[in-house]
Design a protein around this ligand. Structure first.
Ligand code: PLP
Length: 331
């Protein structure tokens, strides 16, 4: 477990923490700025700064100040439910904009390499270009639906004949040997700590309605966002994390036994949802609320629907359906 989690827990419990030599580097990842040892940090600094006019000087400013992403009520008492619509992020139209920005801030180097089945590939292409970096992405076969978008960005990419993102990892070793830096969404703790901020944003929104979640339901890919939300809300309100893994295949999700890093840092109930069940969730959301949520969002919603416990549920819907057109046509 990360040595600075205790400092983050203190921030969540007391609303403030004093950084020390050990905690300053990872608190810098949470606060997205350089934090010095001895500095006092307030939880409220993580809440979004909102410009009601939504006028932005640059695309990165749009990412950082364009939020919060909407929180939509998708269930009434006794199983009240709120879903965070992460496709309102500007680049990959997914939660991975947040992850990728944090990864980019955490590494040095002008040449970057990453493996992604979709959303990180898009986010890294967009933000890498904006930051003047040369980006190369490897995409496993299952993620080839993003290829036309990568071509539009003009970034170097290779679709590999492997089924899982982790299997593709060895292909980047030669790039790293030649001097490229691996942003490493699977191992780089910047991923997890970035989503402490996502959790604070969700908390801030729920507070406007006087709500505290009893349950967090989220999908597991790298486990960055599910684990961070689970950590945040279990420390602050003793909420329970329900982590959704794919029974067969769901774009963006993977099974816990394939070795996810951060879910081990929290208590979670891990549940299986199949592609077909996820699509039932997608259809239910479309027919009830008019929204075309992505397949992993459908999986999360399906899990919420089948649970019997009463209480307040907070869910993350990582992206929407549009980029999966080809996936839907081919099944
Ligand atoms: N859903 C979608 C559509 C994704 O692209 C991803 C990750 O790529 C996830 C869920 C899982 O997110 P995480 O990597 O934070 O576990």
């Amino acid at each position: 477990m990360h040595e600075c989690l205790e400092a983050v827990a203190e921030l969540l419990r007391k609303g403030r923490v004093v950084a020390d030599d050990k905690s300053a580097p990872c608190l810098s990842l949470v606060f997205l700025r350089k934090v010095s040892s001895g500095e006092t940090l307030e939880l409220s600094e993580l809440y979004p700064a909102v410009d009601p006019y939504r006028v932005f000087e640059s695309p990165l400013e749009l990412l950082l100040k364009g939020g919060p992403t909407p929180l939509l009520k998708v269930g009434e008492r006794p199983k009240e439910a709120w879903a965070k619509l992460e496709w309102y992020n500007p680049f990959s139209r997914s939660i991975k904009d947040r992850t990728t920005y944090a990864l980019l801030r955490s590494v040095n180097g002008d040449r970057l390499v990453e493996v992604s089945s979709g959303n990180v590939a898009l986010a890294l292409s967009a933000m890498g270009l904006l930051m003047g970096k040369r980006v190369k992405v490897y995409v496993p076969t299952a993620g080839r639906y993003v290829e036309p978008f990568l071509e539009i960005y003009g970034v170097e990419h290779e679709v590999l004949d492997v089924t899982m993102t982790v299997e593709a990892l060895e292909h980047i070793r030669s790039d790293v040997a030649k001097g490229a830096v691996h942003t490493n969404q699977f191992e780089n703790d910047a991923n997890f700590f970035a989503h402490i901020r996502t959790a604070a944003e969700l908390d801030w929104q729920l507070q406007r309605r006087g709500r505290r979640p009893d349950f967090i339901v989220a999908g597991v890919g790298t486990s960055g966002h599910s684990a961070a939300l689970g950590f945040y809300f279990s420390v602050r309100y003793k909420s329970k994390l329900v982590a959704v893994q794919p029974k067969d295949w769901i774009p963006g999700l993977r099974r816990v036994e394939t070795g996810v890093k951060w879910l081990k840092w929290v208590d979670a109930e891990v549940v299986d949802v199949s592609f077909e069940e996820a699509m039932k969730g997608v259809r239910a959301l479309a027919r009830k609320f008019g929204i075309l949520a992505g397949i992993s969002s459908g999986a999360v919603y399906y899990e919420y629907l089948r649970r019997s416990e009463e209480g307040v549920y907070a869910m993350v819907f990582p992206d929407d359906l549009f980029k999966y057109y080809e996936v839907l046509r081919s099944r």
